[in-house]
Every structure is written in C-alpha cells, then in structure tokens.
Design a binder for this molecule. Structure first.
Ligand code: SAM
Length: 284
C-alpha cells in the first residue's frame, strides 16, 4: 500500500503509536506525484549515491531507492527507524543514520558510504532549520553534485534570488557563491499531512566547481554580506559599519573606492560588489 494513501498512513502511524512533532518540523508528503518528481529532478539514478535528510516514514526514500544505487538517510526522531524498517523492508540499498544533520560528520559519511560515487542530496527539509541546514551543506564544501530540497515557497524565492535582486538576502549571496540555484516546481499545502500554513516549492542547487567571484578573504566577504543585510532598512554602509564595528565614514570611503553609491542598500549589491568591498577592507 502507498505511503501517500491517507488512510494507510494514519493506520501505520497509529499502529506505531506515532504522533507528529511540530518541533521537529514533521509534515509528511501525501501527494503521490511529488516524490517521483523530486527523485528524478534530484539526480537519483544508476551509479549514484543519495543523502536524504529527514526521511520521515520513507515516502521520498522509496522513490530515491528505486532509482539510485545507495541511499543514506539522516533522521533525528528515534521513533521513526522502527517504522522505516517496515516501509523500507523491500529495499536493501538504504541505510538509516539516527542523528541530527547539524551534528553528524557528513564528510565521513560521504567518504565511507559513497566512495567513488557522485553524491546528491535530496530532502523535504524540516522548515524550522532550512537555512542552517543549507548553510551547513554549502559552507562545508562537501563533494556533492547538487542539493534538491523542498522548502517554504517564500524561502525558495529568497534562496534563488540573485544578489542585486529585490528578494535577495544574506542567504542568497551564500547560495549563489557556492551553487547555481534553480526553482523547480510548487507544492500546495494540502500535499502534506498535517497540512502546513504555507505552500512549498522544490529547488535545486547545482554545486559550483569554482565560485563566481574570488574574494581574497572568503570569510570576511560573508561577514560583509551578513553585516549589509543585518538592518535591511538602513543603507549598506550604515549596516556594515555597525555590524563590523567600523567607523561609518571609513565604510563610506571604502564603498566609494569600489565605485559604489554610498547610499546603496544591501539588496542592490551583487556578489562582485561584496567581493570588492571585502577586498577593500582586507587592504586597509
Ligand atoms: N521526508 C519525509 C516526507 O517528505 O514526508 C518527512 C519530511 S518532514 C518535513 C522533516 C523530517 O526531518 C522529519 O522526519 C523530521 O523528524 C526530520 N528532522 C527534523 N529535524 C532534523 C534534524 N535536525 N536532523 C535530521 N532530521 C531531522
């Protein structure tokens, strides 16, 4: 019986005495068309390894395991592995690691479980930690090809917005620096049990081999980005000067030396602008 069948899923959960945890962001997919599409778009195919974050009861996992050579899932909720043992009984290419994705050693998991294989990440993310999870995956510079994730629709817009576009934020700069993001498709709130308050969307981040800009000090560039977006209503110069505890007139001079309007706001700055500002800071 399909895990997307509402009555079957309810029965499965009640047999295991399972109740949804809001704190762990548990909204399980019950729309039968979503998981096959996510698995296809996510790169699950012959010869490939997939990491899934938060398998829940395994509805997406089944689709990934049908297509990829190996699937490793990281699940925080200790009540789920007994359910997964039942729902994934037909698959011998799935491993469940009980743990917090923010704490497990992803480098080690990739090296040990997927040696010699291209690796993809595919997940319906717990929405309460979407940004920290994506930052963890991107900043660690893991040897992965792409990250395909379901996130809240608004988050999807922000994540895919190129720096310099109105919807962008600090996270957009990191996403564009480390990857090429692409919106894939929308998913209505009714596709989940329980239904969340907002619609969702699936996006794919193709990991870049080389970043599009080369700041002398990458860490400093991201400090400048964080600073610029820390107070969106202020000018970038104001926000950067208070975040980095620098004199405002000094920051204005730096922006001018990069050919930028000193009254510019963070959302108008491109990645090249951020790299240039960071290099100017590095030089003084
Ligand atoms: N993949 C399933 C689906 O699509 O129906 C479940 C998705 S549900 C939105 C998020 C899943 O992430 C839940 O299974 C939840 O227990 C798990 N989770 C929450 N926080 C986590 C964390 N820090 N590390 C690993 N898994 C986590």
């Amino acid at each position: 019986m399909a895990l997307t069948d509402r009555a079957y899923l309810k029965d499965l959960l009640s047999r295991h005495g399972f109740t949804f945890s809001k704190a762990m962001g548990q909204n399980f997919l019950i729309n039968p068309s979503v998981c096959p599409r996510m698995a296809e778009f996510g790169g699950a195919s012959e010869g490939v390894g997939v990491i899934e974050i938060g398998p829940g009861v395994g509805v997406l996992t089944q689709q990934l395991a049908e297509r990829a050579d190996k699937v490793v899932c990281i699940e925080l909720d200790e009540r789920l592995p007994p359910i997964l043992a039942e729902t994934l009984a037909d698959y011998d290419n799935v491993e469940i690691i009980l743990g917090d994705v923010m704490e497990v050693d992803l480098e080690k998991i990739i090296a040990e479980r997927f040696a010699g294989m291209p690796v993809y990440v595919c997940a319906n993310l717990p929405y309460y930690i979407t940004t920290p999870i994506l930052m963890r995956l991107l900043e660690a510079k893991l040897p992965i090809e792409a990250v395909t994730v379901m996130v809240q629709k608004e988050a999807a817009q922000r994540l895919c917005a190129e720096p310099g576009e109105r919807e962008c934020g600090a996270i957009s700069a990191a996403v564009w620096y480390f990857s090429e993001p692409k919106p894939l498709f929308s998913v209505s709130a009714g596709s989940f049990m329980p239904a969340p308050n907002v619609d969702s969307a699936v996006i794919r981040l193709d990991i870049r081999k080389e970043p599009p800009v080369s700041p002398k000090n990458e860490k400093l560039m991201f400090e400048v980005v964080k600073g610029a977006f820390s107070q969106r209503r202020k000018t970038a110069a104001n926000a950067i000067s208070s975040y980095l505890k620098k004199d405002k007139s000094e920051v204005i001079k730096l922006l001018e030396s990069c050919g930028l309007d000193p009254a510019v706001r963070a959302e108008r700055l491109t990645l090249s602008d951020f790299a240039a500002i960071a290099d100017a800071f590095e030089a003084v």
